[in-house]
Design a binder for this molecule. Sequence first.
Ligand SMILES: Nc1ncnc2c1ncn2[C@@H]1O[C@H](COP(=O)(O)OP(=O)(O)OP(=O)(O)O)[C@@H](O)[C@H]1O
Ligand SMILES: [Mg+2]
Length: 518
Amino acid sequence: MINWDEFEHIHVIRKLKQILSAWWNIDVVFTDERGHLKGFDQEKTTFNNPAVAQLLLKETARNSISEMVAKTIEDLRTSHNRYSLRKWDMVGFDVGIFPILIENDFVGTVVATGFFREPNLGPRLEEIRERLAAFGMSPDTIDKCLGKLKFLEEQDRLHFCEVCELVAQEIVTLHLEITSRENRIKELNKELGNRFKYDNMIGKSKPMQSLYSLMDKIKTADSTVMVQGENGTGKELIARSIHYNSNRKDKPFVIQNCSAFNDNLLESELFGHVKGSFTGALRDKKGLFEMADKGTFFLDEIGDTSPQMQVKLLRVLQEGTFMPVGATEGKKVDVRIIAATNRNLKEMVEQGTFREDLYYRLNVINIRVPPLRERKEDIPYLVDFFLAKISETSGGAKRVLTKRALEKLYDYAWPGNVRELQNEIERLVVLSGDETKLMAELLSPKVLESGDKNKVQGARLQGKLKDALEDLEREMIREGLRRTGWNKSKLAKELGISRAGLIMKVEKYGLDKRKIAR
Ligand SMILES: Nc1ncnc2c1ncn2[C@@H]1O[C@H](COP(=O)(O)OP(=O)(O)OP(=O)(O)O)[C@@H](O)[C@H]1O
Ligand SMILES: [Mg+2]
């Protein structure tokens, strides 16, 4: 139910763990409600205390954590305690167990260990030595461990518990955030049809299903088709697919981008020219229309053609004839035309920049390709398709996105549509190196920072969290300054920050010597 693996990568939780480690040498792990370790990776999880790291690899120590967690949960159910601090009998030092509660259900715990609550360690040190040795630990590891164990007096203990409770709360917030997004994704999935692809076109959404059935209907017709859609929505893919599903499929499919050339060049490109018709026309040249005879001609970016060019195109459409540059006789061709544009042609007609008669000639069948933001339910299918393609071409195992990364992709508006998504995925794979799990952190900043921030519960709580942490920090520094007699170097070392960093914080919190003395 809870996605434990994600938490290691969540900034706030990592930060809180760092604080526990830097201030009190305390290590933290998570368990489910039965006390089984979660989100723990033998190779990747790092620990402050080497003995704790080794203990977590041992079955007996893990079982003893499970037992303590079970007892604690039982105790918390019946008492009014919020958490439990106890001695970890098996090893001799102390452990804190903080419940993770979702709607009054215990779903897991935060287990923090590697400290003491009593000042007088004398006899216990020997006990710890013996017990750790019984686990097969080297004297060196044991010495290091003893060096790390801190005595937490009451004030410290309260702070420590506060941070651990924050960790537990943060996990709850994240979980709720994830579930609400999952529900949204489930809602979107209800909108899915049954075909997930059409040739090389991927998409399971309703708008794509309508597109597929329209394409089915028109494939054997010879009518002109106009494909309209934003950049990168797949207009060319659609044009290809129409051609390769039509009766003309064994004849040429020719593409010309109408915005790439100046008029003269475009004209000669489209219609060809006769030898000597202009400087450099050394021999007759066939135009693309002629080459596309019996096939399909794809006129891309049709909205960019000049008025003169528009007249000539109209003639091909009306009469099936065209005039090569410098020729005296027209030529006849049989081509099916598919035109595409990302501009609003209708508006251009109203403004007089695109010929109305040409518009209607082209617009016999109109295909509107929906932008990706109107069919986000296609995102996982597209991602899967791109990842499969990448592993096919570059070898290597097929990568998967973490849930959080996928959610980020849902939140982003994709102004560059499918092409932008494809580029994003390729970038992510490159940045992830050998890693097969693709983490949200490596997405590009625009994607990572998107999303409706007001809707995200975590945003509000993070504000609260920031306040809480600052309160805590202020309190700890104030107290530390008093205790160390304003020895900033000593305190900075204790807190695990630089002296300059401490001085900045002292100023930030207005911890003036005179004020504190009062
Ligand atoms: N539905 C889809 N499934 C899989 N790949 C897609 C899909 N739509 C677009 N693509 C991919 O996205 C990229 C852009 O597609 P395409 O060139 O057809 O878009 P376009 O609308 O012609 O873009 P532009 O307006 O920029 O010319 C291509 O690599 C294409 O393979
Ligand atoms: Mg295109």
